[in-house]
Design a protein around this ligand. Sequence first.
Ligand SMILES: [Zn+2]
Length: 433
Amino acid sequence: MKYFLAILLALLLVLGAAALVLAIGWREETIPPPSSSAVLQSLRKEALTPVLKLEGTVVRPGVVARGEETVPDSLSGICGSATVREEGTLPEISFGQQPDRVTAALRREDAGEGETLLFTGTLEELAEMDTPANGSYLLDLWAVWDGEEEGFCGTAGYRVALTYELPIRLTVDRQELPQGYFFLLRASNLPEGVEEVTATTDIEFTPTFYPYQGEMVALMPARYNRSAGEYHITLTAGEESRDFTINVTDGGFAVSVQQFEVDPEIANSTVNSPEANAVYTQVTRPLKQMGDPEKYWEGPFILPLDPKYKTSSSTFGRIRIINGVWEQHAGIDYPAPEGTQVWAPNNGRVLYADFLQLTGNTICIEHGFGLKSWYYHLSAVEVEAGQMVKTGDPIGRVGTTGFSTGPHLHFTMSVNNVYVNPEQCLGEDVLGE
Ligand SMILES: [Zn+2]
């Protein structure tokens, strides 16, 4: 009996061991090894990670919110980068799975000063935007998939570092303009260190370039008293140089000739007085040479007085014979009752507001970049030199001081020392904004 029990115990042990071996063997055979399971799982995840292609390179999102449409507060960490070397706002961007919506935000990285948000909107709207100035930018993209089709459902955020390295661009904003009008010279995409832009021209004007919104801009007048015809400009910045031909068309000034007499006493104390002329030149010459490096004006200019007085008695460039002397009118005359309010036609800084024997009570306002407006013959001056004015601010009153035959406002504009037709600024923003 003892032997039987011993044999039975041994048999049970053997069977148990065999069962254990079988069980282990079964497990090993039917459950895949943990390593291959992780690979499969990550492959499945990979397939559902909404990647985009940036200039052909796969970019994985920095933030993913599965199954929901959400725009988290911020994106940190750069997911990809691209350099743009041709005109156009964007590098080539495509999605593995087309999202239902994409929101884009473009920020400029300012050296040591953080970031400036330049744009938010759709990718299509961003592509329509003017090419940004050379420099470093961050493009944040938020793509949303509603999950109506197979594939990823949710939101993915990508932060792309964009560098703009566009070649220097030199332009003039118009190649044909009437006498007495002015045009705009621009130099953009200037590499760091290149700030000087020069213009050589036969228009007899040396433009001053001012930095504005990442570009260098200058106003260039076509003198109203020079003959119409072809003129030339060569713009140079760094290694880049470009020639332009400008067609200055007839301003139509000679059509009507005004002939009138001014009281000889007034004429002799003003226009015929060498002293009055000398003082005028002495005061205005330095003003004409300067220009503020800031663009104060915004949008089109308005008439500097009540529009009911808009009918001009003498238009810009009109040829007049006064007391037998031929002259070309370098402004617009608006007859209005003595004391009529005159106001600033746009924002600016008062350069001069005082009496001059030649032009009477006189005001000159600098609107930025050398663009100025002038007011003569006022009965009263209501601003002081140095004062900043806003569009519509009262500056003075219509009068008949200086070389004048009756109450009227002589209004004109100039680019530095060249008088230009105010009509150009009354109709449009000079920078096309
Ligand atoms: Zn006048």
